[in-house]
Ligand binder design. Structure first.
Ligand code: PLP
Length: 360
């Protein structure tokens, strides 16, 4: 893919950048540039470009605004000990976007073009990658939207893929703290044949009211059950779940209607490397409640790119509560896997799985 570059004439100055990187928060500051490539049936993918970051001008009848034909990805670039920058398993994000694109009736962006686009943006905005200290990173948001101006319902004949970047601080500011969960029995996030396995905004739109319910009940996050039977654990709004048993086994919900996290699959490999048997299968909410009560479940955690791995504390539902099995600092295995993963991402441990992708 041929990428043209138009550099910003008003990049953020060094003093302001230092101020932002000292306390980046999440998703509020954006780098000096963005990547765009467009697709039409006649031309295929064309006009790949890096341009100064800025607002899009859109016709009010642009399809994505009405029918939510969109997919996105979430990944990070990490500052390495030698000062270089690397991303984590970018081909996996690219492949997942191909799968999401198929579900959303989009054209496929080739894996190598996706990786090249992300590399190009990170390279031009390298100075926005924070120091590794405090688990800071540059969050990358590739996304694909239906940009045809048309109110008819069919796959868009004009598609735009973009990448933007935003420096991110540590997910846990005052040290790692278990998240409390609300079990929603009213709302589901996916059904058989639905979009649960695609990374698409619609899944998030449908999760917001359940998240509101969680907040109203004093919980940090919501956990969804399967849509058919309302029995089996699916995942949180944006994180996959793990249950550690006293005999060392680890159970995680099987794929199908959940989003197949790249952190999820990395955790499976790391846990197996530590000698743990990992079972991908259905796990019911009763197995959770009973396992906590009997002591059979010794640790629970959730994982995703944003928080890496977060210990799960208490579970509340309409009319009841299950105690936390996790101490204030997270379970021992939870924290061991978390450390192993973070050490690979920041280049402090040998990358024996070949997960890191150096840029530049
Ligand atoms: C992105 C996402 C995850 C986590 O995936 P990672 O690749 O590990 O970041 C989990 N669940 C949902 C619904 C997601 O959208």
């Amino acid at each position: 893919m041929e990428i043209s570059t138009t550099l910003s004439e008003q990049p953020v100055d060094d003093a302001r950048l230092a101020e932002i990187l000292a306390n980046p928060g999440f998703g509020t500051h954006f780098t000096d540039h963005m990547f765009t490539v467009e697709w039409t049936p006649e031309k295929g993918w064309h006009d790949a470009r890096i341009t100064p970051y800025g607002p899009l001008s859109m016709d009010p009848a642009t399809a994505v605004l009405h029918y939510a034909q969109e997919t996105f990805e979430g990944m990070k670039a990490y500052r390495q000990p030698d000062g270089s920058v690397a991303t984590f398993r970018p081909e996996a994000n690219a492949q997942r976007m191909v799968l999401s694109s198929q579900r959303l009736a989009f054209p496929e962006l080739p894996v190598e073009d996706f990786v090249q686009a992300v590399d190009a943006l990170v390279e031009v905005d390298q100075r926005w990658v924070p120091e590794a200290a405090g688990e800071k990173s540059l969050y990358l948001r590739p996304f694909m939207i239906a940009t045809e101006v048309f109110l008819g319902v069919r796959p868009s004949q004009h598609v735009t893929f973009m990448v933007i970047a935003s420096p991110a601080g540590a997910y846990f500011k005052g040290g790692i703290k278990p998240v409390s969960l609300w079990l929603t029995e009213e709302y589901t996030r996916a059904g058989r044949g639905g979009m649960g396995a695609a990374k698409t905004g619609g899944n998030y739109a449908s999760s917001l009211v359940a998240q509101q319910e969680a907040t109203a009940h004093g919980c940090d996050q919501v956990v969804f059950l399967d849509g058919q039977e309302g029995t089996y654990i699916e995942e949180l709004g944006g994180m996959n779940m793990y249950f550690v048993y006293e005999d060392g086994r680890i159970v995680t919900p099987e794929t199908g209607t959940i989003l197949e996290g790249i952190t999820r699959s990395s955790v499976i490999e790391l846990a197996e490397g530590l000698g743990h048997k990992v079972e991908e299968r259905k796990i019911s909410i009763d197995e959770w409640r009973e396992g906590v009560a009997s002591g059979a479940i010794t640790e629970i955690f959730a994982c995703g790119t944003a928080a890496v791995i977060t210990p799960v504390g208490s579970l509340k539902w309409d009319g009841g509560e299950a105690d936390s099995v996790t101490g204030d600092e997270g379970g021992e295995l939870t924290m061991r896997i978390r450390q192993a993963l973070v050490d690979i991402q920041y280049g402090r441990a040998e990358d024996t799985h070949g997960w890191m992708h150096r840029i530049g």
